[in-house]
Design a binder for this molecule. Structure first.
Ligand code: R5P
Length: 296
């Protein structure tokens, strides 16, 4: 029944004749040809205005146990959440310590099989894609250990995770773990990031390096975010974040340098100012101190 929708006559409808339908691109590098669900999830992780993200990493316990600063995730993480774009954690950490009424997207750590007591590259995928879906994960993640004893297995883990995620439109973050025997230079990290992207990861987490971090980013056809690494003085962590962003990183996935800062909430806000507002490191450090003093 062509007239079922009502009495409107053809000349009362507005088809926008003459106005071409827009076909905009997508703001993230390498994501232009992804499906709608993938893009929508990535747009929850990366702010479409800045094109960047501040992720809060607190998945350390899956290999390190009760890591300093997050012995009690239920106490330390919630006050930080308003200041970050995204949570990166395990399903155990999430289900036990994070209230489900949050609107923060989740990047779910899906690997297991190793701890700091043994060979860290000997991992498997331990989370079924159905559980990631159940948790409403915006992305899933595992690490690769390029050049390590179990390089092949970690690449297999990544491939399997990407295959599972692609089935349901869930993007995969590939993490480039660096063993003690590897050099964290642009040559190694550039190789690792490129491999991870070519295997099919939708974004990559790696470490900042000097010199030539810009080449690591340029050689990787998907967004690169940096890990914070071990705790360093707040001013140095802010400077590192700035240099990474300035050389093309699309964000920061920081854990210890936020939750082990003298004032974690102020640190999260200072890193945020760098990531989304290009705040130079000295101003970001001033902001950190100002906010910290105000909170005391
Ligand atoms: C390590 O277990 C995880 O991949 C962390 O998420 C990652 O290292 C980022 O945390 P941090 O900034 O503390 O290095």
């Amino acid at each position: 029944m062509p007239d079922a929708e009502g009495k409107a006559k053809s000349n009362e409808k507005d088809y926008g004749i003459g106005v071409p339908m827009e076909t905009p691109g997508f703001f993230l590098r390498g994501a232009g040809h992804l499906d709608w669900g993938m893009k929508n999830r990535l747009a929850r992780i990366f702010n479409p205005k800045s094109g960047r993200t501040l992720m809060l990493a607190f998945d350390h316990g899956y290999i390190m146990g009760p890591t300093t600063g997050i012995e009690r995730m239920d106490l330390r993480i919630p006050p930080l959440m308003p200041h970050v774009d995204c949570l990166m954690c395990t399903r155990g950490g999430l289900r036990t310590c994070i209230q489900p009424d949050t609107d923060k997207p989740l990047v779910l750590r899906c690997s297991t099989g190793a701890t700091v007591l043994k060979e860290l590259s000997n991992e498997v995928i331990g989370v079924a894609i159905e559980d990631a879906i159940r948790l409403n994960a915006a992305a899933i993640t595992t690490q690769v250990c390029i050049g390590a004893e179990y390089e092949k297995e970690t690449l297999d883990n990544l491939s399997r995770l990407i295959n599972a995620g692609n089935t349901y439109g869930i993007p995969t973050l590939g993490v480039t773990a660096v063993g003690k025997e590897m050099v964290r230079d642009a040559r190694y990290l550039g190789l690792a990031c490129r491999v991870v992207a070519e295997v099919g990861a939708h974004f990559v987490k790696t470490y900042y390096c000097e010199p030539d971090f810009a080449e690591v980013v340029a050689g990787c056809p998907v967004p690169v975010v940096i890990a914070g690494g071990k705790k360093i003085p707040e001013a140095d962590a802010l400077a590192m974040a700035y240099k990474a962003i300035d050389q093309g990183a699309s964000g920061v996935d920081m854990g210890r340098n936020i939750f082990n800062a003298e004032d974690p909430v102020s640190m999260a806000q200072a890193v945020r100012a760098i990531v989304h507002e290009n705040e130079p490191p000295d101003k970001a450090y001033d902001l950190y101190q100002t906010l910290m003093n105000e909170r005391q």
